[in-house]
Write a protein that binds this ligand. Sequence first.
Ligand SMILES: Nc1ncnc2c1ncn2[C@@H]1O[C@H](COP(=O)(O)OP(=O)(O)OP(=O)(O)O)[C@@H](O)[C@H]1O
Ligand SMILES: [Mg+2]
Length: 703
Amino acid sequence: MLSKIKSIFSLSKENLETNNKNNNQIPVKEEEYVPSAFEILKFNFQFLKIDYSSILYRYIYYIYDSYVRVITPFILLEVKNAIVENDFEKMKYQIVKYMLLKFILQILCFLDTKINYNQNQETEQQVQKSILENILSKDVQFFEDNKITQLADTLKQGSEYIANELSYGNIYQKFNLAITIISKMYFIYYLSPYLLINFLVTCFLFQIVMFLLFLKIEKLQEKKSKKNDVLDFVVDDILNNITVIKTFGTELKESSRIQNMILKSEEESKQINALQQMSYVLRSASFEIVNICLILQIFFQIGLSAPINQVAQSITDIFQANYYGFQLANQIIRIILNKPENYYLDGKKQAGKIMQLFKLQSGIPQDIYYDKKDESQFTGDIVFDNVSFKYPASKDSLAKINQKIQQEDKSIENNQQDQISSKQQDELEYSSDQDSDLSDQNLQKEDTKLLELNKQNSAFEREYVINNLSFKIKQGQYVAFVGKSGCGKSTIIKLLQRYYDTTSGSILFDNQNIRDCSIGKLRRSVGFVSQEPSLFDNDIEYNITYGSIDSDYTDEDIQKVCDMSGVSEFVFDKNRFPKGLKTLVGSKGMKLSGGQKQRIAIARALMKKPKILILDEATSSLDAESEHQVQQQIDKLAQQGDLTLIVVAHRLSTIAKSDKIFVLKHGEIKEEGTHAELLSKNGIYKKLVHYQINFQDKLKKQI
Ligand SMILES: Nc1ncnc2c1ncn2[C@@H]1O[C@H](COP(=O)(O)OP(=O)(O)OP(=O)(O)O)[C@@H](O)[C@H]1O
Ligand SMILES: [Mg+2]
């Protein structure tokens, strides 16, 4: 038991330390981090827009309210005494006093609600904005390590929790509870100091017993929530791959897999319900026992000499005080052990996640507040100086989930050892624990595949993808990267845009190390079309003009980029696209073909008027004719002189006109030169070209 309490104490510390060590990842134990009430308060305070006049008013109201609460039982006692003494005047005076106090209280309450309602709403918006900005300010690595759906949950639930904690109603309730408890305690003390001591000791003793039960419930709940995490992960993955499932006809297989998982977490739910019922019975029994003890004590201490109605009134007050006392004891124990009630636990965990999110230093500082007035761009002189790179060790979501299962297994083993060593704990073990262990074994069996995958993934260290790479690109040059799949072409492009920092060596833009430059200027200078362009779920115009600040564009600008990128060819076809540029593209551009998406992405990149345009297999989804047309436009762009063009392509015909071609193999440059130079070298490039020509020849022959 002692070890359990120790582990509870060490929990939050341990998590904070883990957090400090991994400054670019949310630690795996994130769900277990439950910040203390004080930590949350301190953290939440930063979101509170302080309006001193309304706070001053609020506290005047609270203080007045507390005064009324403290004084009420005494007034009622006076009224009762007046009735006993038949003193009508005294009774009238006390009742009028009471009514007046309450009337003023109601007016203050009304005004307070009116003043603070707006502030509540503002706070909620402020919290959401801050959290969203914080998430957006993280670097690319962060989004690779964390599932987007989980981040969305954190944003929604966490901000709701924080806003609710800061809301006027919540602060009031807490203040209210504290004052009520203190005033009731004072009233009992007024009746008899011994009574108060006796009452507190009994309350706490019972609460400690109850707390042991809560610990067990909480453990089960944690187990259940981990299983639910696995379930969420699987459901998410299934929904994302729905077309694959349809193609392979595996709907039933997937649904029975999910059903099995639901059944397994149902076992925990049953145990939790049974334990909760037990705790309710225990709570009401202990409550009644304390009541009886107190009644006996009243009779022994004040009852024998006091009039009967005074004793009756005292008993009523004490019953009430007992009720609040139970709450007080419960709250104090929970605050001491940093174990909030289950009802609040989820919210606290969400707040904990957000607090960790705010503590996380983004690996690469993200300048999300670009200076709109600053339109400076790099000229396009780029140098890679002895660059080596391996992707940072990261915890993939699948590996993360598996690690959670392993942690859970370990905790079950520890639990079993604890059971042997502690008889006390045995009494609290629920009878169906064996069943739950069996279910864990089943879970393990079913997920062996996942665990095997985890073993492969658990060596989180990555291999070098780029090795001692050096090259120079001059302003206005048209360069191309070619090489086999997986040789590191896209990685070079990511490094160029500083999605990641180099492991060693440096990248210079205009002779400046990009680590020392504003990321805003860098991103402003680069237009990029990726292998798999993603579009916003909006219309085509929105997507094309996405990068243009403050709608600073004309219809002619749009027309021009549409013509250049080949968007015009389909978007202005009234039969297929009657709404033209206003056609909605669907989620992730699902309503468009691959080639159409690519062309819109090219238009979007051109619209930005970048100094450096990067196309990573941007024309690979286009048919030969469209590709030729877009290629002609790209060639024209390349001839403009001041645009630096960097192209990654598999189809070598598209890069034949480039000024320089880099041939890559395993992250190293093996050959470089113009198309003609490389052909004369008789090396890798020539082989690649021959392979493609042979292929085309075969096609011709077949025709
Ligand atoms: N985010 C990532 N995390 C870890 N490893 C990665 C990541 N992205 C790519 N890799 C690895 O880096 C290597 C190079 O990948 P890259 O995407 O640069 O290849 P590529 O030359 O663009 O290939 P392709 O022609 O198929 O697009 C691959 O072995 C890949 O597995
Ligand atoms: Mg690639």
